[in-house]
Design a protein around this ligand. Structure first.
Ligand code: ME8
Length: 681
């Protein structure tokens, strides 16, 4: 794995203010960069604004200002937002910058010289909002297949990029992984698209129709199609500032190849993009590069959509959430954690403030913030606020947590486990976060099992040993979470006075207020019926027994321990072992999980049970478990039930769930990874 990462976001249209879809892309790219640096890499992070084209011109017209004035006022709404969300781009690019305009004009002129841009008269169906032509076959009942709005018949002379010439080469780049597309099912989508003959791409717009764009250097009646212009931003950022092309000097490629920044970063590029702009990035962009004699992008990370009530959040639908408001309410760290934990990269996820509050209260306030607060509190009460020394062998529970912390920090994956360095490098950040938070849960479990607050009265050294290691475990968690919650992580390390990733016995700990205040969920819209707040994960711990909730994971185990479970069994409930053995309970890994349209309860899962093909299993847990919580995890399944029809789909097995204290269903996982298909006995 190379230790360099050039990470980009799409450049955002400045037709309106930023919304959380934009914030998500930028936070994802920023976090990928921070993880790469955590893993010892060097990074370059590019974002910016897409300032030409019809959408922007229309937005300016609507406001009664020139496009120049419009973009000049609006680009800073994006540029200034990112630092407030702890995003640190190395370069913010605007497509109206002269350096970019010159790159685009040079690319156009070079391809024109090479005979790869030619003029043709063309007739087709045009979608005004999307600014693109569609073929007769592509349109759906007179409407744009992309946005669903009506298309108009248009005939005009235009300039075409001979994209079709690069079809075979592009298929090869996708099939061999030369251009990796993440997640892999998106690569299949692109290959499916490429099974049909690739059309040439209209890359000009007559000025009579649209004047707000970059003029074609060889035909002043036209401006460049906004996508041809916008995609080139990714290499403008690596080129030296080039002068406007002239008849004597108008190529692009030689300047790029001579640029040290291009040589350094281009081989390591990762473009983050939404699934709605996959074709432009996976087809137009690599063919443009191939035509220019340049390598295709190394990797495309394709993200899903944030949905509101199962519809895409978008400016045109008017259901957008303002990232600034969220930041003011919850803080950048909580927002970043929510976005990256709740959404499995590539899948859609439902956005709700209720879900933010749930994540904040359960994961950040309880599992992480409370843990820190409690351990420091114990050291203050029993060790003068100093870090105690570990002089004893750790208990089994502690040793298990320490081994887990070690495993998380390894550079390479094993057969059963992906450490943070690997899952984050593959952009599986929801996994990265779930795995890291599992460490905090284990550390909470250690406090419950070792009970240093009790043993300190009878065996001070044992208590000191536990506290030292738990403090050290928190340092590991804080470091591994730093790419996502940078401010809170830095504050944790400050309170623990940790340097170079280690705590030092004898050091004075610093106390402070809770890092993640709990929030109460209130219904958002005035006028809407008040929804009852679901209580946040119950704070079951008491002063005497902190962390009890984690260790006993609900009522079942506690009852079982006390023997009540067995005592309550009626003889008629008993099954003999042979009857039980006829149920095939197996372990499988969830490959995909998604909501089913029109169903509040069901999730559609595909689960690898170690068989030739993964099974489709429908499970009624959509109300209490998010797809991102399940994807990549191992679950328990009854594998020998007859197939069952639900919502017009077949379910080939049943997911085993248990109800929590509030009667909400949660999936069950094996205590550690086992081979897929393993029998539960
Ligand atoms: O497409 N959830 O810009 P854009 C998640 N200028 N992501 C969302 C989203 C949502 N609800 N809504 C939008 C453009 N996005 C071009 C890009 S790049 C050379 C040019 C994402 O401002 C969307 O998927 O319309 C896309 O990736 C990004 O926001 C930019 O959208």
């Amino acid at each position: 794995m190379t230790n360099r990462l050039y990470v980009t976001t799409p450049i955002f249209y400045v037709n309106d203010k930023p919304h959380i879809g934009h914030a998500y892309c930028t936070i994802l790219a920023d976090a990928l960069g921070r993880y790469a640096r955590l893993n010892g890499g060097e990074t370059y992070f590019l974002t910016g604004t897409d300032e030409h084209g019809q959408k922007v011109q229309q937005a300016a017209d609507k406001r009664g200002v020139t496009p120049q004035a419009h973009v000049g006022e609006l680009f800073s709404a994006f540029k200034d937002l990112w630092p407030t969300l702890e995003c640190q781009p190395d370069r913010f690019i605007r497509t109206t910058e002269p350096a970019h305009v010159h790159v685009v004009q040079r690319a156009l002129w070079q391809l024109y010289d090479q005979g790869l841009i030619v003029d043709r008269t063309f007739e087709g169906w045009y979608c005004v909002p999307d600014e693109r032509f569609w073929t007769e076959k592509e349109i759906v009942a007179g409407n744009c297949p992309d946005c669903g709005r009506p298309v108009t018949r248009l005939q005009e002379r235009n300039w075409f990029f001979l994209m079709s010439q690069f079809q075979a080469r592009l298929v090869d780049a996708v099939q061999t992984g030369e251009m990796a597309i993440v997640p892999a099912n998106r690569a299949n989508e692109v290959l499916g698209f490429l099974r049909e003959p690739l059309q040439d791409l209209c890359i000009s717009r007559p000025k009579s129709r649209l004047s707000w764009g970059i003029e074609l250097p060889f035909d002043r009646d036209f401006v460049a199609y906004v996508w041809f212009d916008a995609l080139l931003n990714y290499i403008t950022a690596l080129a030296p500032p080039l002068p406007a092309p002239t008849p004597d000097d108008h190529a692009l490629t030689p300047h790029l190849l001579a640029s040290p920044a291009y040589q350094k970063w281009w081989p390591n590029v990762t473009h983050c993009l939404g699934k709605d702009i996959l074709t432009t990035h996976a087809v137009y962009w690599p063919t443009m590069l191939l035509a220019l004699g340049l390598p295709v992008p190394r990797r495309l990370v394709t993200t899903g959509w944030w949905l509101m009530d199962d519809a895409k959040m978008s400016k045109s639908l008017g259901n957008v959430v303002d990232p600034q408001e969220l930041r003011d309410k919850y803080g950048a760290d909580v927002m970043r954690y929510f976005f990256l934990r709740e959404m499995a990269v590539g899948q859609d996820a439902n956005f709700s403030e209720e879900a933010i509050v749930r994540r904040n209260n359960a994961d950040l306030a309880n599992d992480l913030g409370n843990l820190l607060q409690r351990v420091i509190g114990m050291c203050v009460r029993s060790f003068d606020g100093k870090i105690p020394a570990a002089t004893r062998a750790p208990s089994h529970v502690l040793a298990d947590a320490l081994a887990y912390a070690e495993a998380l920090q390894q550079p390479d994956a094993t057969r059963d486990f992906e450490p943070v360095a690997v899952s984050s490098a593959h952009a599986r950040l929801n996994r990265t976060l779930a795995d890291t938070m599992a460490l905090t849960q284990k550390l909470n479990g250690v406090l419950t099992a070792d009970a240093p607050f009790k043993t300190v009265l009878t065996d001070r050294e044992a208590a000191a040993t536990t506290l030292f290691h738990v403090l050290q475990g928190i340092v590991v968690a804080a470091r591994l979470l730093a790419p996502v919650i940078p401010a809170a992580s830095a504050e944790m390390l400050r309170r623990l006075q940790a340097h170079d990733g280690a705590v030092q016995p004898g050091t004075q700990l610093l106390e402070g207020p809770p890092l993640f205040p709990k929030h109460e969920w209130k219904a958002p819209m005035p006028g809407q019926p008040e929804t009852t707040p679901p209580p946040a994960k119950p704070a079951t711990e008491t002063k005497e027994q902190p962390g009890a909730a984690q260790a006993t994971s609900g009522r079942g185990l506690q009852d079982f321990r006390t023997g009540e479970f067995r005592a309550e069994q009626e003889p008629s409930d008993l099954v003999d072992i042979d009857t039980f053995a006829r149920s095939q309970l197996r372990v499988g890994r969830v490959l995909t999980a998604e909501a089913i349209p029109k169903s509040k309860k069901l999730l559609r899962l595909t689960i690898d049970l170690g068989e030739a093909t993964p099974r489709q299993i429908l499970s009624g847990i959509a109300e209490t478990m998010a797809p991102a919580d399940l994807i990549g995890t191992q679950v328990l399944v009854i594998a020998n039930l007859p197939p069952r029809q639900m919502m017009g789909m077949e379910s080939h097995g049943m997911l085993l769930v248990a109800e929590d204290a509030e009667g909400k269903r949660v999936a069950l996982h094996p205590a550690r990874d086992v081979p897929n298909g393993a029998l539960v006995k």
